[in-house]
Design a protein around this ligand. Structure first.
Ligand SMILES: CC(C)(COP(=O)(O)OP(=O)(O)OC[C@H]1O[C@@H](n2cnc3c(N)ncnc32)[C@H](O)[C@@H]1OP(=O)(O)O)[C@@H](O)C(=O)NCCC(=O)NCCS
Length: 152
Protein backbone atom coordinates (compact mmCIF):
# COMPACT_ATOMS: atom_id res chain seq x y z
CA UNK A 1 0.00 0.00 0.00
CA UNK A 2 1.37 3.42 -0.92
CA UNK A 3 1.58 6.20 1.63
CA UNK A 4 -1.67 8.09 1.77
CA UNK A 5 -3.48 11.02 3.35
CA UNK A 6 -7.10 10.31 4.13
CA UNK A 7 -9.90 11.69 6.29
CA UNK A 8 -10.28 9.99 9.66
CA UNK A 9 -14.00 9.50 10.14
CA UNK A 10 -13.93 8.08 13.66
CA UNK A 11 -11.95 8.77 16.79
CA UNK A 12 -8.82 6.64 17.18
CA UNK A 13 -6.66 6.64 20.31
CA UNK A 14 -3.58 6.88 18.11
CA UNK A 15 -4.39 10.59 17.63
CA UNK A 16 -3.90 11.21 21.35
CA UNK A 17 -0.73 9.07 21.28
CA UNK A 18 0.77 11.12 18.42
CA UNK A 19 -0.20 14.38 20.16
CA UNK A 20 1.37 13.31 23.47
CA UNK A 21 4.57 12.11 21.80
CA UNK A 22 4.96 15.19 19.57
CA UNK A 23 4.06 18.08 21.88
CA UNK A 24 5.00 19.36 25.31
CA UNK A 25 1.69 21.07 26.10
CA UNK A 26 -0.60 18.56 24.45
CA UNK A 27 -4.27 18.94 23.64
CA UNK A 28 -6.40 16.78 25.94
CA UNK A 29 -8.03 13.63 24.60
CA UNK A 30 -11.41 15.36 25.17
CA UNK A 31 -10.44 18.35 23.01
CA UNK A 32 -9.04 16.13 20.27
CA UNK A 33 -12.14 13.93 20.33
CA UNK A 34 -14.44 16.94 20.11
CA UNK A 35 -13.03 17.65 16.64
CA UNK A 36 -14.67 14.51 15.27
CA UNK A 37 -17.85 16.47 14.67
CA UNK A 38 -19.60 18.49 11.95
CA UNK A 39 -17.60 21.35 10.39
CA UNK A 40 -14.29 19.64 11.29
CA UNK A 41 -12.17 17.33 9.18
CA UNK A 42 -9.31 15.28 10.59
CA UNK A 43 -6.76 13.96 8.12
CA UNK A 44 -4.35 11.13 8.86
CA UNK A 45 -1.06 10.35 7.17
CA UNK A 46 -0.49 6.64 6.66
CA UNK A 47 2.99 5.53 5.58
CA UNK A 48 3.12 2.38 3.47
CA UNK A 49 4.43 0.32 6.39
CA UNK A 50 1.64 0.97 8.94
CA UNK A 51 -2.11 0.57 9.13
CA UNK A 52 -2.28 3.38 11.70
CA UNK A 53 -1.65 7.05 10.99
CA UNK A 54 1.65 8.55 12.16
CA UNK A 55 0.51 12.15 11.77
CA UNK A 56 -2.72 14.09 11.74
CA UNK A 57 -4.09 17.50 10.88
CA UNK A 58 -7.33 18.97 12.24
CA UNK A 59 -9.16 21.38 9.96
CA UNK A 60 -12.14 23.50 11.03
CA UNK A 61 -14.32 24.59 8.11
CA UNK A 62 -16.28 27.31 9.89
CA UNK A 63 -17.52 28.69 6.54
CA UNK A 64 -17.28 27.22 3.05
CA UNK A 65 -14.43 29.63 2.26
CA UNK A 66 -12.93 30.30 5.72
CA UNK A 67 -10.98 27.40 7.20
CA UNK A 68 -8.65 27.07 10.18
CA UNK A 69 -5.90 24.53 10.77
CA UNK A 70 -6.56 23.83 14.44
CA UNK A 71 -3.71 21.43 15.02
CA UNK A 72 -1.10 19.33 13.26
CA UNK A 73 1.31 16.80 14.73
CA UNK A 74 3.73 14.26 13.31
CA UNK A 75 5.00 11.45 15.55
CA UNK A 76 8.64 12.25 16.44
CA UNK A 77 9.86 9.03 14.79
CA UNK A 78 8.47 10.31 11.47
CA UNK A 79 9.38 14.01 11.65
CA UNK A 80 11.71 15.72 9.16
CA UNK A 81 10.56 13.50 6.30
CA UNK A 82 8.24 16.00 4.67
CA UNK A 83 5.03 14.57 6.18
CA UNK A 84 3.97 17.84 7.84
CA UNK A 85 4.46 19.65 4.53
CA UNK A 86 2.40 17.04 2.68
CA UNK A 87 -0.49 17.39 5.15
CA UNK A 88 -0.51 21.18 4.86
CA UNK A 89 -0.17 21.07 1.07
CA UNK A 90 -3.09 18.64 0.98
CA UNK A 91 -5.45 21.08 2.72
CA UNK A 92 -4.15 23.96 0.57
CA UNK A 93 -5.08 21.96 -2.54
CA UNK A 94 -8.57 21.38 -1.14
CA UNK A 95 -8.84 25.08 -0.26
CA UNK A 96 -7.77 26.13 -3.74
CA UNK A 97 -10.68 24.20 -5.26
CA UNK A 98 -13.12 26.11 -3.04
CA UNK A 99 -11.25 29.42 -3.10
CA UNK A 100 -11.04 29.17 0.66
CA UNK A 101 -8.71 31.13 2.93
CA UNK A 102 -6.89 29.10 5.59
CA UNK A 103 -5.97 30.56 8.98
CA UNK A 104 -3.79 29.19 11.73
CA UNK A 105 -1.93 30.22 14.87
CA UNK A 106 1.55 29.12 15.81
CA UNK A 107 3.67 29.72 18.91
CA UNK A 108 6.30 32.36 18.29
CA UNK A 109 8.96 29.89 19.52
CA UNK A 110 7.86 27.13 17.12
CA UNK A 111 10.21 28.01 14.28
CA UNK A 112 10.01 24.55 12.65
CA UNK A 113 6.25 24.91 12.20
CA UNK A 114 6.50 28.61 11.24
CA UNK A 115 9.07 27.88 8.50
CA UNK A 116 6.99 24.96 7.26
CA UNK A 117 3.91 27.16 6.89
CA UNK A 118 5.93 29.88 5.16
CA UNK A 119 7.37 27.38 2.68
CA UNK A 120 3.87 26.25 1.76
CA UNK A 121 2.78 29.86 1.17
CA UNK A 122 1.29 31.07 4.45
CA UNK A 123 2.09 34.64 5.42
CA UNK A 124 2.05 36.30 8.81
CA UNK A 125 -1.08 38.39 9.22
CA UNK A 126 -1.34 38.95 12.95
CA UNK A 127 0.38 38.77 16.32
CA UNK A 128 -1.30 37.90 19.61
CA UNK A 129 0.89 38.83 22.56
CA UNK A 130 0.85 36.44 25.57
CA UNK A 131 -1.63 34.18 23.83
CA UNK A 132 -0.32 30.74 24.81
CA UNK A 133 0.69 29.39 28.21
CA UNK A 134 4.20 27.93 28.32
CA UNK A 135 5.44 24.80 30.07
CA UNK A 136 7.51 27.04 32.37
CA UNK A 137 4.39 28.83 33.61
CA UNK A 138 4.77 31.98 31.50
CA UNK A 139 3.06 33.19 28.36
CA UNK A 140 4.16 33.47 24.75
CA UNK A 141 2.80 35.10 21.62
CA UNK A 142 0.87 33.51 18.79
CA UNK A 143 1.75 34.35 15.21
CA UNK A 144 -1.43 34.41 13.12
CA UNK A 145 -0.85 33.18 9.58
CA UNK A 146 -3.09 32.91 6.54
CA UNK A 147 -3.01 31.26 3.16
CA UNK A 148 -5.09 32.52 0.25
CA UNK A 149 -5.86 30.65 -2.91
CA UNK A 150 -3.57 32.01 -5.68
CA UNK A 151 -6.59 32.79 -7.88
CA UNK A 152 -8.53 34.37 -5.00
C1 LIG B 1 5.72 21.01 13.07
C2 LIG B 1 5.64 19.56 12.58
C3 LIG B 1 4.17 19.20 12.30
C4 LIG B 1 6.44 19.44 11.28
O1 LIG B 1 6.28 18.10 10.80
P1 LIG B 1 7.42 17.41 9.89
O2 LIG B 1 6.81 16.24 9.23
O3 LIG B 1 8.64 17.19 10.69
O4 LIG B 1 7.66 18.58 8.84
P2 LIG B 1 8.54 18.51 7.51
O5 LIG B 1 9.37 17.27 7.51
O6 LIG B 1 7.60 18.72 6.36
O7 LIG B 1 9.45 19.79 7.68
C5 LIG B 1 10.13 20.00 8.92
C6 LIG B 1 11.61 20.12 8.72
O8 LIG B 1 12.12 18.91 8.22
C7 LIG B 1 12.95 19.21 7.09
N1 LIG B 1 12.89 18.04 6.24
C8 LIG B 1 11.86 17.66 5.48
N2 LIG B 1 12.19 16.53 4.82
C9 LIG B 1 13.45 16.21 5.23
C10 LIG B 1 14.33 15.14 4.95
N3 LIG B 1 14.00 14.18 4.09
N4 LIG B 1 15.51 15.11 5.58
C11 LIG B 1 15.86 16.07 6.45
N5 LIG B 1 15.06 17.12 6.76
C12 LIG B 1 13.89 17.17 6.15
C13 LIG B 1 12.35 20.43 6.51
O9 LIG B 1 13.26 21.14 5.69
C14 LIG B 1 12.03 21.18 7.76
O10 LIG B 1 13.21 21.74 8.30
P3 LIG B 1 13.33 23.26 8.69
O11 LIG B 1 11.96 23.74 9.12
O12 LIG B 1 14.30 23.25 9.80
O13 LIG B 1 13.80 23.93 7.45
C15 LIG B 1 6.26 18.58 13.60
O14 LIG B 1 7.55 19.04 13.94
C16 LIG B 1 5.44 18.39 14.86
O15 LIG B 1 4.57 17.52 14.94
N6 LIG B 1 5.73 19.24 15.89
C17 LIG B 1 5.00 19.16 17.14
C18 LIG B 1 3.59 19.70 17.01
C19 LIG B 1 3.59 21.11 16.47
O16 LIG B 1 4.46 21.92 16.78
N7 LIG B 1 2.57 21.42 15.66
C20 LIG B 1 2.40 22.74 15.09
C21 LIG B 1 1.36 23.48 15.84
S1 LIG B 1 1.12 25.12 15.16
Amino acid sequence: MAKVIKPLLEWDEVIADIEAAATELSWSRTNLRSCFSPSYQVFGYFPSTTSKPVAYLILHQQLSDEWTVMNIAVHPQFQRQGIGAQLIEHVCQLAQRQLATIWLEVRESNQVAFRLYERVGFIQCGYRKDYYPTAAGGREAAIVMCWKSPSD
